[in-house]
Design a protein around this ligand. Sequence first.
Ligand SMILES: Cc1cc2nc3c(=O)[nH]c(=O)nc-3n(C[C@H](O)[C@H](O)[C@H](O)COP(=O)(O)OP(=O)(O)OC[C@H]3O[C@@H](n4cnc5c(N)ncnc54)[C@H](O)[C@@H]3O)c2cc1C
Ligand code: SF4
Ligand code: SF4
Length: 893
Amino acid sequence: MRNKLELVAKSTRITDLLSYSHDASHFLLRPDSIYTPANVEEIIEIFALATDLKLGITFRSGGTSLSGQGITDGIMVDTRKHFKNITVGPQGSTVAVSPGATVRAVNNALFRHKTKLGPDPASEIACTIGGIVANNSSGMCCGTQQNTYRTIDSLVLILANGIVIDTGSEDADSRLRLQAPSIHEGLITLRDRVRLNPQSVDTINKLFAIKNTMGYGVNSFLDFDSPIKILEHLVIGSEGTLAFVAEARFNTVPAFSHMATGFLIFASLADAMSSLPMLIDAGFAAIELLDATSLRVAQRDVEATQELKSITVQGHAALLVEFQAATSDELATKVAAASSMISKLPIVQTATLTSDASIRKAMWHIRKGLYAAVASNRPSGTTALLEDIAVPVPEILATCEELTSLFKKYGYVDSVIFGHARDGNIHFMLNEEFDKPERLQRYRAFTDEMVDLVLGHGGTLKAEHGTGRMMAPYVRKQYGDELYDVMWSVKHLLDPAGILNPGIVLTENSNSHLENLKVIPTIEKVADSCVECGYCEPVCPSKDLTLTPRTRIVMRRELSLANERGDRATAKLIEKEFKYEGVDTCAVDGMCSTACPLSINTGSLVRELRTKKANPVLQAAWYLAARNWSAFTQLASVSLKILNVAPVLNSFPTGGSRRRSLTANNADAVFFPSCVGTLFGTSNSSDALLALAKRAGLRLTIPEGVDSLCCGTPWKSKGYKGGYSVMRNRLLKNLPKATDNGKIPIVSDAASCSHGLQELLANDPRFTVMDSVEYIEKFILPKLTVRKVQSIAVHPTCSTTALGVSDSLNNIAKAISDSTFVPENWGCCGFAGDRGFSHPELTKSATTLQAKEISSRHDDFYVSANQTCEIGMTRATGKKYRHIIEVLEEVSR
Ligand SMILES: Cc1cc2nc3c(=O)[nH]c(=O)nc-3n(C[C@H](O)[C@H](O)[C@H](O)COP(=O)(O)OP(=O)(O)OC[C@H]3O[C@@H](n4cnc5c(N)ncnc54)[C@H](O)[C@@H]3O)c2cc1C
Ligand code: SF4
Ligand code: SF4
C-alpha cells in the first residue's frame, strides 16, 4: 500500500510548506508535507497513511476560509489542482461538480441555462465547491434557503476508513448499513437521542432558523430520517472533519438578469432597523446594512455620490436593497409596488430603485469596497480579521449598538459593521498586532465579551464562515453540554482515529483561537496591504506551475520574518527558490490586480524585484536598445529571419518589416503600430487596420520617427528603469504633435502596447489611448458590410481585460460570426511578450485546460488582439490564431 502512495505528488520543499501555511484567515501553521492527489484512489491512500502515522489531514482548496480550518501542521492535501470536473444536467437544473472547481467556473458553465448555484459567497471568484460544501457557505441573497444544506441533491463521500459512499444511489442507505454498520446504527441512535430531548429540539430550531455554521449541522437529525441523508447533511458544514467530498450534485436556482437597486440612507440605525420588516416583506433579494462607520469609510470611495458625501455622518445607517426578476415586466411590477412604501420610510434623502448599470455598479462598489477600504488603510504590520455573526432580525439594532460600544471600549477604530441585514448576518473587521502580548490580551478579552453579547441576543457566533479553530472553543457555550456531546459522538463515529482536520469545529483546547496567529511583517509597499484572501489565485497564469500572486507575497513576508529572526539558512533557501518560482515565472501581466479587492498588482512587486536584481550587462544592453530602437528592431527582425532558415529553430517567428510614418490631413486618429510586427512579422494587423479605416472613410496618421518609438513594456516588465525612461521621454517629445495636443486619440494594434502606452502616458491630458478593438467597435464596424462566418474562437488577453475592452473584442467577433466561443477555462496565456520564448513551460501550464477545449472543436477562425498572445495560443492549440483586425478586414472586403 505504501508503495502506491509514493506515486502521489508530494512536496516538503520550503516554498511549498511556507506558502501552504497561509490562507485567508489570521492563523498560520506550517504543514508537515503536501500531497496533490490526482484521483479518489490516491485520497484513500493518503487516509491510510495518516491513520498509520497518526497525522492529521487538512484539505486545501481555494484557501479563502477565514476561521483557520484550512491550515494544518499535519498533512496538507491540495484538492484544487485536480478534481475540476463540471457536468451540467438537463436545462441546467442540476450540476455535478468535483470539489476543486470554483463557484465562478460552475456558474459560468450554468450561465447559458439561466441558472446558478444557490450558495453565493462574495468570494465566488476563488472559493471552490469543496469549500462551500465543507463550510456550508452562503452570501448576500442565498439566506438559509439556498445554501448547500438546502440545495444539495447528493454527495460522493470518502469516509476516514476509506469507504466510498454515493448518497445519490438508490440503495445508498442499505449499502451504508452493509459497508459501515456501526456508522449506520450510530446515526440512528444519535438521531433518536436528539429527537427525544425537547431542549435539544428547541435549541436546534432556534439556532438553525438563522444562518449558523457553528459546530455540526445537528439539524440533520430532525430534518431527515434515513442515516444516509443524515450523514450527507452532517458532512455539509463539517469543514473537512468528517469525510472527503469527492463530488457534489446540486439542484440549481434561477439566475435572474433583471435587477433594480436602491441606496436608502437613514438618520439612525434605529430608523433603518424599524424599516427592515417592511423591506423584507416587499421581497427584496438583498438587503445590505452599512453602519455609520461604514458610511464614513464609504464617503472616501472614489465612486461615492455627491449626496453621500454631503451627509455629516453621525449615527446614520444605510440599507442597500435590490430586487431581482426573470423578466423586465416582473421587475417593473415589483418596483412599482415597493416605490410608494420606500417614499414613506424615514430616509434622509430621496431614493429610487434603478436598473441603470453604472449607478447600480457604483452602489455595489461602495458596499463591496468596504472590506477593501478598511483592509488597505490598516496600519502596516497589522493582521486583518473578519468576524461573522448572526442574530434574529429584531435583535440587530441592539447587537450593533452594543458592538459599537465594545469597539470603543477596546480601542478598535474603523471597525465597520456591514452585512446581510435580511438574515441578521453581521460582519465586522478588526485589525490587530498579534505579536504584542498586550494586544493579544485585548483580543482575548474582546472576544469573550463579544461571545456573551451575541449569545445574549440568541445569535450564532459563526453565520457563514465556519467554526474553524476560531470559534471551536465556544461551541459548548453556543449549544450546551448535551448537543456538544452529540457533536463529539458524531466525530468519534465517523473519524475514530481523529485524522480529519483535528482541532477544527470541536476542540479540547480552550485557547485554540489565540494560538498560531499570523504576524504580518512590513514588505514592499506595493503589496504590503495584502490580506491573503486568495481572490487573485485562479486568474494567475503561473498558478499550476510555480507560485500565485498570494504566495509570492506570502514568500516575501516569510523571507522578511526569517531575516528578522536571524534565520539565514531559511532566508537563503527562500531566496534561492524564489528566483525561479516567484520572479522568473511571473508573467507580469497584472491579471491579479483585476481580481484583487485591494487592486494589488503582484506583477509590480515582481518588477521591483527584477529592477533590484537586474543583470547590469543585460540592463546596459537594453538601455542601448532603447536609445537605438529602430536599428535594434530591424536587427532583431533580420536575425529571426536568419534563425528561421535553420529547420530546427523554425518555431521562432520570422521577423517583419520596418514601421513607417504616414501623414494625413485632419486625421481622425493617430495609429501607433506595434513594434512586435517588425520584430516577429507574424501579423498583418497594421496593414489590415489601415485598410479598414480607409474602407470606413477614416483618416489615420502614423507619427514621424515611429520606428524608434515603443510603448516601453519590454523595459518595464524586465524592471529596466533606464531604458524605460529613455523611451518615455522620446514618446513625450514625439506624440503631442501627432495628437495635436490631445485632439485625437492614439490607437495601437496590439492590446499590450495600448495598455503599455496608457500606463506610460497616464494622467497627461494630451493623450487618449484606445486599443484598436475599441476604436474599431466604435468607429469602423458600424460603417462596414460583413460576410458572416459560422463560428469564431476568441482569446481575450490580459491586456484587453486590464483595459476593459474584452467586450469590444467579443462584440466584433459576434458581428462577423453566427457563434463565438470563449473557453470556460479561459485565462491569460502567460506568453508575456517574450517570456513565452524564455520560459515556454509557463505558457504550456497556463494554457493546458483551454487548449484542450479548443482542440476538441472546429472553428472557422481563432482570434485575439495581441500578436505575442497569438503566437502563444497557436503553439498551445495547434490552431492558427490571428489578430481579429485581419479577419475583419477579410470578411468585409
Ligand atoms: C474576502 C472574503 C469574503 C468572503 N465572503 C464570504 C461570504 O460572502 N459568504 C461565505 O459563506 N463565506 C465567505 N468567505 C469565506 C470563504 O470564502 C468560504 O467559506 C469558502 O466557501 C471557502 O472555500 P475554499 O474553496 O476557499 O475552501 P478552503 O478554505 O480551501 O477550505 C475550507 C474547508 O473545507 C475543507 N474542504 C475543502 N475541500 C474539501 C473536500 N473536498 N471535502 C471535504 N472538506 C473539504 C477544508 O479542509 C477546510 O476545512 C469569504 C472569504 C473571504 C476571504
Ligand atoms: S494580492 Fe489581493 S487578491 Fe491576492 S491575496 Fe492579496 S489581497 Fe487577496
Ligand atoms: S502578474 Fe500575472 S503571473 Fe504575476 S502574480 Fe500577477 S497574475 Fe500571476
